[in-house]
Design a protein around this ligand. Structure first.
Ligand code: AKG
Ligand code: FE2
Length: 282
C-alpha cells in the first residue's frame, strides 16, 4: 500500500510551503483549543514548549463529526482518496477488534456491537527536520484515546518510539506494514489486561517525516467500564464507568503527558476502605 497517494503531496509539499506558494495549511486553521484542521493540537498555554509537528486532523465518521470547511480542496482527489482509505481502515479496525476479542475469550462481535457507530478520525503528522532534535520532541509521550489506532509511517526514517519496560524502543518502519496501537478504551474495557501503549515521536536533523494515523473509537454516547470477565478477586475493578464522549473531551483538553489522561478513569487502588457501592461494570 502506498502512503495515501493523492494526499501526501498536499501535506509534504504544499503544507510545508515548499512549492513556492502560500502555506496551504493556513486555509484550514485549527482553532485555538480545537482538534480539527491544520496546526498544533494540545496547546493550552503560551509558555508551553510546542511539539515539533504540524498536523492536519480531520474527523471522518460518523458524518456529523466532519467539518467540511477544514478538508483541503487541493489536490482535487483529496476527499475521495481519504474517504476510500478511511473506509478500508474502518473495515480493518472492525476485523482487528473481532480478533482482539477472540484473544480475550470474548465473542468476536463484542466490541463491534458495543461501539455503535464508531468514531473515526485521521491525523496527518508532518515533522520538519529539526536543527536541535535533542531539545524537542516531534510528539510528546502519550497513549491514544481510541480503542485501536492504525499508523502508517514514513519509510524514509524512524521516529515512532514505544515505551517498553521503562525504555523507549524505536518502531522501525517496515515496507507495506501498518503499526497498530491499542488505545485507552481497550485498557479500560479489559480492566488493564491489555494496556494502551505509551508512545512518542522524535525528530531528526536530517529529514522531514510523515505519519498518517487513524483513531478508531466507540461512539461518543457509549458507556465504558471494565467488562465483568476481567474483574476478579485478584484483579479488582481498576476503572470507573464513564461516557466515552466525556473521556474524549477530557482527552482533547489535556496536554499530552504520558498516560496521565487515563487517570480520569482510574479508581484509586490505594484506598483501604471498601467502596460504598461495589464497582458496577458493564
Ligand atoms: O508520528 C508518529 O509515528 C506517532 C503519531 C501519534 O502517535 C499520534 O498521532 O497519535
Ligand atoms: Fe499517538
Amino acid at each position: 500500500m502506498g502512503f495515501l497517494p493523492g494526499c501526501e503531496p498536499w501535506h509534504r509539499g504544499r503544507a510545508a510551503g515548499r512549492d513556492g506558494g502560500a502555506d496551504e495549511g493556513e486555509k484550514y486553521p485549527m482553532a485555538p483549543g480545537g482538534i480539527q484542521g491544520y496546526g498544533h493540537a494540545f496547546v493550552f498555554s503560551e509558555d508551553q514548549k510546542l511539539d515539533w509537528c504540524n498536523m492536519l486532523a480531520l474527523g471522518v465518521e460518523p458524518a456529523f463529526i466532519r467539518q467540511p470547511k477544514l478538508w483541503p480542496t487541493t489536490p482535487a482527489k483529496f476527499k475521495e482518496t481519504l474517504e476510500r482509505y478511511s473506509a478500508e481502515i474502518r473495515g480493518l479496525c472492525r476485523r482487528l477488534l473481532a480478533h482482539i476479542a477472540e484473544t480475550l475469550g470474548l465473542a468476536p462481535g463484542t466490541f463491534g456491537d458495543m461501539f455503535g457507530e464508531a468514531v473515526q478520525a485521521v491525523r496527518m503528522n508532518f515533522y520538519p527536520p529539526c536543527p536541535r532534535p535533542e531539545l524537542v520532541l516531534g510528539l510528546s509521550a502519550h497513549s491514544d484515546g481510541s480503542a485501536v489506532t492504525v499508523l502508517q509511517q514514513d519509510m524514509s526514517c524512524a521516529g515512532l518510539q514505544v515505551l517498553k519496560d521503562g525504555a523507549w524502543v524505536p518502531v522501525h518502519p517496515i515496507p507495506h506494514a501498518l503499526v497498530i496501537n491499542l488505545g485507552d478504551s481497550l485498557e479500560v474495557l479489559t480492566n488493564g489486561r491489555y494496556k494502551s501503549v505509551e508512545h512518542r515521536a522524535v525528530t531528526n536533523s536530517e529529514q522531514d517525516r510523515l505519519s498518517l494515523v487513524t483513531f478508531y473509537a466507540p461512539a461518543y454516547d457509549v458507556e465504558l467500564g471494565p467488562l465483568p470477565e476481567f474483574v476478579t478477586d485478584e484483579v479488582p475493578c481498576r476503572y470507573r464507568r464513564f461516557n466515552h464522549g466525556e473521556y474524549s473531551r477530557h482527552y482533547v483538553t489535556s496536554r499530552l503527558e504520558g498516560k496521565k489522561t487515563l487517570e480520569f478513569a482510574k479508581i484509586d487502588q490505594t484506598t483501604t476502605t471498601a467502596p460504598e457501592e461495589p464497582c458496577s461494570c458493564i
